[in-house]
Write a protein that binds this ligand. Structure first.
Ligand code: C5P
Ligand code: MG
Length: 182
């Protein structure tokens, strides 16, 4: 699980880490999931029962109810496992190394973490990687991304960036501190 402040490059680092892991270990399959992207996919589904709640949180830079994000992560992992099962045809294939899952942007707060521990579908002990970066660099990066990106993000605007920093300080950082101690 890759966590860190907004704009720190969690997604980019996940991609790079996947390539590095493939060089050093026998990897059968890899899956990179961005919790933020999963949530943004809900903003294209007005019929979704939690549509308004998710859109509102994304627009405000606040953290979506943990059960929604956990359910989305579980569904994505189940889909991956089922694709894998349908492609692994022989015992030999089955022996071909580890399956790695890299999740970026999760957990974001203690509630994310507790909900995951209670409801996650897979039997694994995740490792958490935390990225840190000076705030001025993050602000610069996010402002540029807001001006140039063609994605459907609604949160790379100055006021929301500041709110996301404040959410990070008050909820993500305490989680990281807690996790570092355990
Ligand atoms: O990780 P990313 O920057 O893409 O997250 C964008 C937004 O998605 C966050 O500001 C937050 O509103 C929402 N989010 C969340 N819970 C997560 C990850 C992202 O609510 N675990
Ligand atoms: Mg990202």
């Amino acid at each position: 699980m890759f966590t860190g402040g907004p704009g720190v490059g969690k997604g980019t680092q996940c991609e790079l880490a996947t390539e590095e892991l493939k060089k050093s270990f026998d990897i059968r399959s890899s899956l990179h999931i961005s919790a933020g992207e999963l949530l943004r996919s809900i903003t294209k589904l007005p019929e979704h029962e939690r549509y308004h709640e998710v859109c509102e949180n994304l627009k405000n830079g606040t953290i979506v109810d943990a059960r929604i994000t956990t359910d989305l992560l579980n569904a994505r992992i189940r889909e991956h496992v089922s694709n894998l099962e349908s492609t692994v045809k022989t015992v030999k294939d089955n022996d071909m190394g580890s399956d790695i899952i890299l999740v970026d942007g999760f957990p974001r707060n203690m509630s994310n973490w507790e909900c995951w521990q209670e409801h996650c579908d897979i039997n694994t002990t995740p490792s958490m990687v935390f990225f840190d970066c000076p705030r001025s660099v993050l602000l610069n990066r996010l402002t540029k991304r807001g001006q140039t990106s063609t994605s459907y993000r609604t949160d790379d605007i100055y006021d929301t960036i500041l709110k996301r920093f404040s959410v990070f300080d008050s909820t993500t950082l305490p989680l990281v501190m807690h996790y570092q101690k355990t």
